[in-house]
Design a protein around this ligand. Structure first.
Ligand code: GLN
Length: 348
């Protein structure tokens, strides 16, 4: 008998097996990644989402903290065809409901047909279908999480590699993956991690060589202050952005973003560089995209599958942004050169 339920839009309820108990709600999305479940589950970009793994077995190489991208699990719940005890126990210890033994192909097909949708989850011995439906009915649209930055950002400035020989980077933490800081520190940068709502004066105090807007959850339009920093510094300081960072930069410089039908999440998204004509395989996790880059930014890279902008640049203003995750955890590592390029703009 089922001891877990997933309720999706249209009030359809799917039966499952509870792997970690509890109730939760969030935007139902899927990733096609076959490795990197620890990285995905600790990626702050998944805040307020319920993550379905389309790969049928999740957890076959254990759970190791060194692969975490932040200090907690961010999706509100996890859904898999089969989840190992390691992962289930980890999620239970984090208080995150998890379910398996359901047809994840069915869920993926539903999302592909109908788009990313709200869902409710109830798992554990005492739950009912109605508990999952109640969660579904209480679920908000992603864009309505207007202060989502506060849920994922540092509260105070953190400095990494103080006194480092390289560039001074102001990284605006909109929900940054830890490996972005690591990639910069590995290249000798002194990284000042700022709260998502840092002011112009906060940033000016460190006299940065590079302003870097991180990845993060939800709608980029809800990160107004980061956009204001971009408007303030454009032309004076080189600018870089990853994922939500690309979207924030585009919005701030006269472009526009929009919600995609179900987004890109996985580790084998092909991206073509329009200048070199080279294709790289990339890690991705986004549900919004740049619909119009505005007149200050050129689209320099596109997704091979659907032509959406994957890279925006302005050589005169020293701006490079990427929609995918060049820090590449869990990989593939094709695009790590991005960090050399952005630090190159900063004079390194
Ligand atoms: N990984 C990210 O930064 C995601 C960006 C944004 N929240 C989106 O879904 O498009």
């Amino acid at each position: 008998m089922a001891d877990a339920y997933v309720a999706i839009e249209g009030d359809r309820v799917i039966e499952a097996r509870a792997r970690a108990p509890g109730t939760a709600r969030g935007e139902l999305v899927f990733t096609t990644a076959y490795t990197g479940y620890e990285e995905s589950l600790t990626d702050p970009s998944y805040e307020e989402q319920v993550l379905t793994f389309s790969y049928p077995l999740i957890g076959n190489y254990g759970v190791r903290e060194e692969r975490f991208e932040s200090d907690r699990v961010h999706p509100r719940a996890a859904v898999a065809r089969e989840m190992t005890d390691d992962v289930a126990e980890w999620l239970e210890s984090e208080g995150i409901p998890a379910v398996d033994h359901l047809d994840t192909r069915d869920i993926v097909t539903e999302i592909r047909d109908e788009g990313a949708m709200k869902c409710g989850i109830a798992a554990g011995a005492d739950v009912t279908e109605q508990d999952a439906l109640d969660e579904l009915h209480g679920c908000k649209h992603m864009s309505d999480h207007t202060d989502i930055g506060a849920q994922v950002s540092v509260d105070e400035v953190e400095v990494h590699n103080e006194g480092g020989d390289g560039a001074t980077v102001a990284l605006v933490d909109c929900g940054a993956k830890g490996s972005i800081t690591e990639s910069l520190v590995e290249r000798d940068a002194e990284v000042h991690v700022f709260p998502y709502d840092a002011s112009e004066d906060d940033v000016a105090a460190v006299d940065p060589d590079l302003l870097f807007i991180s990845n993060g959850p939800g709608d980029p339009e809800n990160f107004e202050q980061a956009g204001e920093l971009v408007e303030t510094y454009v032309g004076d300081v080189p600018l870089a952005g990853i994922c939500l960072g690309q979207q924030v930069v585009a919005n701030a410089l006269g472009g526009e973003t929009e919600k995609m039908e179900f987004g890109h999440r996985g580790v084998n998204q092909p991206v073509r560089d329009l200048r070199s004509n080279q294709v790289v395989m990339t890690t991705q996790n986004h549900g919004y995209t740049v619909a119009d880059p505005g007149d200050k930014l050129d689209v320099t890279q596109v997704n091979v599958n659907d032509d959406t902008p994957e890279g925006l640049e302005n050589d005169d203003l020293n701006i490079i942004t990427r929609q995918y995750h060049p820090e590449a955890n869990p990989g593939p590592h094709d695009s790590l050169g991005f960090f050399d390029d952005v630090l190159g703009m900063a004079g390194e």
